[in-house]
Design a protein around this ligand. Structure first.
Ligand code: NAP
Length: 225
């Protein structure tokens, strides 16, 4: 169980749809400080927010962020990208880019911040997807499936040190990532982030943020067809 009140939260991809909510709700829940990490940091109208320059694809940028934000107790690996294209015929660079950002980004961030999170008995949140369990997203699904596995592996290594590792899974959510899609029926970012922070406070290992995700997760025991 991880309290948000009194914590120091670092959110990657803080300028995005879910990232903005992670920042706002951490403040509402009483975080002492929030590092709003982004490739292009912006000003935030709350003095508890510290903008931080961070590209999760850049090892030097990650190392600098870990030196600066050494008081981080909750790391929210939220930054992610979506590229379209078939596994057989799509640009291999797009598949690689999704693995770089969506898998290696959270993995490298967690490795860099573990030295702060372990003594704090803090927490890591990895934002994956219902597409971790459905191949419809092609290269995106590959990257989020890998993140699912990495999240579970990191939990095995960090839980003995008192660090909570939460995998967050969600279906379509109304953010810039899904721009152009019909937004009716999509999750609201505020509801998703509320569920994730609730899971963090409850000591959860996984947060299944909506009914579609709960249904797909429950179906994993069924034959693959
Ligand atoms: N929206 C959905 O339907 C949905 C569903 C399931 C899971 N998710 C996951 O939720 C997370 C948040 O996505 P979102 O929906 O809020 O999309 P979003 O609004 O597009 O936000 C994604 C953020 O990630 C940042 N980012 C991308 N590459 C980065 C890098 N190399 N270094 C640092 N930041 C980087 C982007 O920064 P810039 O502003 O610099 O581009 C952007 O702010 C992602 O991991 C996504 O895969 C979303």
């Amino acid at each position: 169980m991880t309290d948000i009140a009194g914590s120091t939260v670092l959110v990657t991809g803080a300028n995005g749809g879910l990232g903005t909510e992670f920042v706002h709700q951490a403040l509402t829940l009483g975080a002492d400080r929030v590092y709003a990490a982004a490739r292009t940091p912006k000003d935030w109208p709350d003095e508890r927010v510290t903008p931080l320059r961070l590209d999760v694809n850049d090892a030097d940028s990650i190392a600098a962020a870990a030196d600066t934000a050494s008081d981080t107790t909750i790391l929210v690996n939220n930054a992610g990208i979506l590229r379209h294209g078939e596994l057989l015929t799509g640009a291999i660079e797009d598949i690689a880019a999704q693995l770089t950002t969506n898998l290696f980004g959270p993995l490298l961030m967690t490795r860099a911040f573990a030295r702060h999170l372990v003594p704090a008995k803090g927490a890591v949140v990895n934002v994956a997807s219902v597409l971790s369990w459905l191949p419809l997203g092609k290269g995106y699904s590959v990257s989020k499936a890998a993140l699912w596995s990495a999240t579970n592996g990191l939990r095995l290594e960090l839980a003995p040190h008192g660090v909570q590792v939460v995998g967050a899974y969600l279906a379509y959510t109304d953010t810039p990532m899904t721009a152009g899609r019909e937004s009716a029926g999509m999750n609201a970012p505020a509801d998703v982030v509320d569920a994730i922070y609730q899971g963090l406070r409850d000591g959860a290992s996984e947060v299944l943020a909506d009914e579609i995700t709960r249904s797909v997760r429950a179906g994993l025991s069924q034959p693959i067809a």
